[in-house]
Design a protein around this ligand. Structure first.
Ligand SMILES: C[S@@+](CC[C@H](N)C(=O)[O-])C[C@H]1O[C@@H](n2cnc3c(N)ncnc32)[C@H](O)[C@@H]1O
Length: 303
C-alpha cells in the first residue's frame, strides 16, 4: 500500500460525535477506532477526568493511536467489550460510538484481499491472527452454506449459481487469490451490473469471514447494559443488514424488532431515539468522501 494514502476519512464525523452529547468528564468508547478520526474528535471534548477507550481488532489500527492520558487503545474484537472494560475497572459508560465495517485502509491494502481492484491472497480477516481466511471458507463450507452466505449477506439472487461454480472450481484447483474468485464470479454476472454484484459477493464473504453480524449483536447487548441512564449510543452502518439490526434494537431492545407494550400501550424500549429520521451524509460530504455515501447514523439515549 502507498504509505501516503489516508488510512481512513471518517464519515458523519460531526453528526455522530455531537450526537453523543459528550460530558467532558465522562467515560466513552469508540469500538471501531480505525484511523482514529472519531476518537480524536471525542478526546478533544474531554477534560482531564474524561476517558476514551478505543477498540480495534486490526493490529494496523494501533499505529494511529495517540498518547494522552485520556485515551486507551484496546486491540480486540468489540464483541469482548464488557470483559475488557471490566479489566480496566469500568462498569458503566456515558456513551459509545460504532462506525461499522472496514476502513479505507482495508480496501486500499492489496495484501488484505478485501478489494477486487487488486490481485492478492483472498484473506479478508480484519484480525490477521484469528479465524479462517476467505479462501479457506470457499474451500471448507458446503455448497448449501456458501449459497446462504451469498444470498443472505450479499443479497445476490444468483447465490446458488455462485456456490455451485465455487464448488466446481475448487474440485479442480485451489482458489487462493482475488483473481481466482473473480474468474469464478464473472461468467455468472451480467456485464451491466457486474461491478455492483462483485461488490456484493465480496461483501458477503467479508461478513462471513469476520462474523460481523454476530459481533455487532453481542456488542450492542453489552453496550445497552454498560450505558448509564442518559448515556448515548451512536452507530454508523454501511449496509442494510447491519442497519436493520441496529434499527430494531434501538426501537425495541431486541434484534427482531418485536414490539413489547406496557399496560397503557406504550412501546417498551431501553432507549429514546435522538434522531427520528436516520442521518445520512450531505451531498458535500459524499463529494468530498465518496466512500461515505452508504453511511447511516442512528443515535439513542438510554432511559
Ligand atoms: C469504518 S472503520 C472506522 C473508522 C474510524 N471511525 C475512523 O475515524 O478512522 C471500522 C474499523 O472498525 C474495525 N472493526 C470492525 N469490526 C470490528 C470488531 N468486531 N471489533 C473490533 N474492531 C472492528 C475495523 O478493523 C476498522 O478499523
Amino acid at each position: 500500500m502507498n504509505e501516503t494514502m489516508i488510512y481512513h476519512n471518517p464519515a458523519l464525523l460531526e453528526e455522530s460525535v455531537n450526537g453523543l452529547n459528550i460530558r467532558p468528564d465522562g467515560t466513552y468508547v469508540d469500538v471501531t477506532f480505525g484511523g482514529g478520526g472519531h476518537s480524536r474528535a471525542i478526546v478533544g471534548k474531554l477534560n482531564d477526568k474524561g476517558q476514551l477507550y478505543g477498540f480495534d481488532q486490526d493490529e494496523d489500527a494501533e499505529k494511529n493511536t495517540f498518547s494522552t492520558g485520556k485515551f486507551t487503545f484496546v486491540r480486540s474484537n468489540f464483541r469482548y467489550l464488557a470483559s475488557f472494560l471490566d479489566w480496566y475497572g469500568v462498569s458503566a459508560i456515558d456513551g459509545l460510538l460504532a462506525d461499522l465495517g472496514v476502513s479505507s485502509h482495508h480496501f486500499d491494502d492489496e495484501t488484505r484481499g478485501f478489494s477486487f481492484r487488486f490481485d492478492g491472497y483472498l484473506d479478508m480477516r480484519m484480525n490477521k491472527r484469528a479465524g479462517k481466511t476467505a479462501a479457506e471458507i470457499l474451500h471448507s463450507h458446503s455448497e448449501e452454506n456458501l449459497a446462504t452466505i451469498f444470498y443472505v449477506y450479499g443479497e445476490l439472487r444468483n447465490s446458488r449459481a455462485i456456490a455451485k461454480a465455487v464448488v466446481q472450481a475448487r474440485n479442480t484447483k485451489k482458489i487462493r487469490t482475488t483473481s481466482d474468485f473473480l474468474d469464478i464470479l464473472k461468467p455468472i454476472f451480467g456485464r451491466e451490473k457486474e461491478k455492483k454484484q462483485l461488490a456484493q459477493a465480496f461483501q458477503a464473504l467479508r461478513i462471513e469471514v469476520n462474523g460481523e453480524l454476530d459481533a455487532l449483536k453481542e456488542m450492542l447487548e453489552q453496550a445497552a447494559q454498560l450505558l448509564k441512564k442518559g448515556g448515548r449510543l451512536a452507530v454508523i452502518t454501511y449496509h442494510s443488514l447491519e442497519d436493520r439490526l441496529v434499527k430494531n434494537f434501538f426501537k425495541t431492545g431486541n434484534f427482531e424488532g418485536e414490539v413489547k407494550k406496557d399496560f397503557y400501550g406504550n412501546v417498551q424500549s431501553p432507549f429514546r431515539a435522538i434522531n427520528n429520521k436516520v442521518i445520512v451524509p450531505s451531498e458535500a460530504e459524499i463529494e468530498r468522501n465518496p466512500r461515505s455515501r452508504s453511511a447511516k447514523l442512528r443515535i439513542v439515549e438510554k432511559i
